[in-house]
Ligand binder design. Sequence first.
Ligand code: 5RP
Length: 263
Amino acid sequence: MDWGLENRLSKTIKPDGKCFYLALDHGYFHGPTAGLENPGLTAAPVLDYVDAVFVPRGSLRATFDPKMETPVILRVSGGNSLDREDITDEEVTVAIRDVIRLNAAAVGISVYVGSENEHKTIMALSKLVDDCLDYGIPVMAVTAVGREEEKKTAKYLGLACRILAEQGAHVVKTYYCDDFEKVTRGCPVPVVIAGGPRTENDLEVLEFVYNGMQAGAIGVNLGRNIWKNDSPIGMARALQAVIHENATPKEGYEIYNTIKNAK
Ligand code: 5RP
């Protein structure tokens, strides 16, 4: 692996081989989601606990302090909106020169395997990988399902993860599901667990992260279950313990409650 690529990867995957990414990219197709009106302000209290933030260039420039030390994974795909029925119509929206200008440690792109836009989004990924390899920039590819929640099965996610890895993604982000080990086993590059809407209770988040990592994932890329939580710091610190300190979900939950109740 080239030195620059390895150096950038080491910024977002820590020496223990694990990672904790905070997703704040939703605005690129959700618009001003509640809690994420100002992503920089939302992220500020938990930056010390996470290994990278996943953000689009608009809110990065407008709301994050350029002096921050947390590495940036730049969301570089878009072109869709929640206002349409079909939200799978994405392309790469950022030139490689702007990725470099923003000093991104990696980039992230959504790919919609099995959708109307399967071919377009897979080709966008492979072109992005080629462009990024020229400059030693890692690519995180997301197995996006659009509105088709029923796709979150090991069979579909295993297929999608493998395809994204074969196109050259350095890391694949996908959803936790039953038989998750089948997904990680068939994917030749590291797998990061994606989030989703708020879970019914806080322990559930720590459980699916713990179980996903036991099944082979190297970490998470979570958004709403952190920044929509009553105690974002409590949840971020608890996740950090589960991801990097081998804490069980129960131990993580104790950390969460201690911080939450200390307020
Ligand atoms: C949206 C994304 C988000 O980064 C991902 O869904 C994580 O955020 P959340 O945990 O809120 O779902 O890729 O396409």
